[in-house]
Ligand binder design. Structure first.
Ligand code: NI
Length: 254
């Protein structure tokens, strides 16, 4: 059985078939899905899904794209939300310098505030880092108090950086792009870091893996990410399934 460590089943692209997708998971080899929030409303929806379905767990957080919409109260509202449903993390939070949908100084400030919330609540963080590798690393390094843990979602940085995160108590999660032929860097990272620190995810409805590129992504496609990692590391699919699931259960205390 696999665990999809990062899926946005609250996304409106699942409005027509969300329940069917969720109920089909177990019979098709996906035991659990972690659904992070991307803004406040989506965090509420993620929590609702985790209340309604025993195989869905939620994270609450404001994505860097929406950092500009946060105010002083948002962190308190997120904190309240963690008391409902099955909330296992703060996320997804981080920095995105590719789209720059929020000003960078605001992104950094809101990232830090949400890390502090995670530390206060003793919850792990789910980190989004797109083209912001150094700033993301520096903030996590500065905020690391010995108890902060988390996962670098849809990892896209270097092998060296991955090893630094692992040393800081973080996991590295791979998504659809690792299945692409030209994805040299993620493939290299997956080869060089131990399976004990790897998670797999879809980030659906985005980042659809081969051979389904171009279609809407969904949690069942996490099998293609698992298959690619098994191939890269020369281990069985079952070993990837078993170890990555154990890693998710360990980090999120499931
Ligand atoms: Ni995501």
């Amino acid at each position: 059985m696999l665990i999809d460590s990062h899926a946005h089943l609250d996304d409106r692209r699942f409005d027509k078939d969300r329940e069917k997708i969720i109920s089909d998971l177990k019979n098709n080899g996906v035991e659990i899905v972690i659904n992070p929030g991307s803004n406040f409303l989506s965090s509420v929806k993620a929590v609702d899904l985790s209340s309604k379905f025993d195989n869905i767990y939620a994270a609450v957080g404001i994505h860097p794209h929406s950092a500009k919409d946060m105010d002083e109260d948002t962190v308190n509202l997120l904190s309240e939300l963690t008391k409902k449903g099955k909330v296992v993390a703060i996320g997804e939070i981080g920095l995105d310098y590719y789209y720059d949908n929020s000003p960078r100084d605001i992104q950094k400030q809101r990232f830090r505030e949400q890390i502090k919330l995670a530390k206060k609540l003793n919850l792990p963080i789910i980190v989004h880092d797109r083209d912001a590798h150094m700033d993301t690393y520096n903030i996590i390094y500065e905020e690391q108090n010995g108890s902060l843990r988390g996962v670098m979602h849809s990892y896209s940085s270097s092998v060296e950086m991955a090893k630094k995160y692992i040393n800081m108590g973080f996991y590295i999660s791979f998504s659809g792009p690792i299945t692409f032929k030209n994805a040299k860097q993620p493939k290299q990272v997956a080869k060089e870091i131990p399976l004990d620190y790897i998670m797999i995810e879809t980030d659906c409805p985005y980042l659809t893996p081969e051979p389904h590129r171009g279609k809407r992504n969904e949690p069942l496609n996490v099998r293609y990410v698992a298959g690619t990692i098994a191939e890269l590391k020369g281990v069985s699919f079952e070993e990837v399934a078993q170890k990555t699931s154990k890693n998710v259960r360990n980090l999120f205390n499931i």
